[in-house]
Design a protein around this ligand. Structure first.
Ligand code: ZN
Length: 239
């Protein structure tokens, strides 16, 4: 069983691990996963692993056929042997931007309260596709509403429910295209704000900042028409 460290503590930047397998494609499997694997619209993490006198750059991280997390080396090179102790170091600047944009997209789904049909994140920007026949008239008002939520510096927290509880509460699922991470018996819920200040609650397996203030100022970019029913809303960090 791989320990999913990125889920327990999204702020962990480096840690030790043991190599448990190599994949036929040349990927590396560790017993403790610091790197987030591509999924839910969020890119896989990059960084490096170190052992003996060797450093191997990791270009990205993906889900394997059986393994939940596989590190993909940036170039063909000798892999650390199975059983080797390695140090893994995240490209933190890139991951932290993913965390900020990812959390901002949760807030975008609050200020645009429509069903989400898709989404994607990069270190530059994020976007959500909405079931939205008419474009919103006032983009500035959306930007202002987003920044107001960010400035409230709301706490982002998580809790777990069973698959059955999620099935019994379908209203929790805003995103129709990305199935909630079910199947393990438990689903993680991400909550923004608490008590009377709660603004959002939805199943999500990604990485988030601890408080919305960390996102910093954002702005709504282009709103593109994607088919008859869909609009793509782009969101950019201001720095
Ligand atoms: Zn999320």
């Amino acid at each position: 069983m791989t320990e999913l460290l990125f889920r327990e503590d999204a702020y962990l930047r480096d840690t030790q691990a043991t190599v448990t397998a190599h994949t036929p494609e040349g990927g590396i499997v560790l017993d403790r996963a610091l790197f987030y694997p591509t999924g839910g619209g969020q890119p896989g993490d990059s960084g490096a692993i170190h052992w003996d006198q060797t450093t191997l750059k990791i270009a990205t991280t993906v889900k394997g056929e059986k393994e939940p997390v596989v590190l993909v080396p940036a170039e063909p090179a000798a892999l650390p042997p199975i059983g080797a102790e390695v140090a893994q170091t995240l490209d933190w600047d890139r991951r932290y931007r993913h965390m900020r944009i990812h959390t901002a997209l949760h807030l975008l789904s609050v200020v645009v309260p429509l069903p989400v049909t898709g989404g994607s994140i990069s270190s530059e920007k994020g976007r959500l596709d909405f079931d939205m026949p008419e474009a919103p008239e006032d983009k500035e008002a959306l930007t202002d509403a987003l920044n107001a939520l960010i400035e409230q510096d709301l706490v982002v927290s998580e809790s777990w429910i069973t698959d059955e509880e999620l099935v019994a509460n379908p209203g929790l699922v805003k995103t129709m295209s990305v199935k909630p991470p079910m199947g393990a018996g438990q689903v993680r819920l991400v909550r923004i704000g608490q008590g009377d200040d709660q603004v959002d609650l939805q199943p999500c397996g990604g990485t988030h900042v601890a408080r919305t203030g960390e996102i910093g100022r954002v702005r709504i970019g282009k709103i593109e028409k994607k088919g008859r029913q869909n609009r793509r809303v782009n969101l950019l960090l201001d720095d």
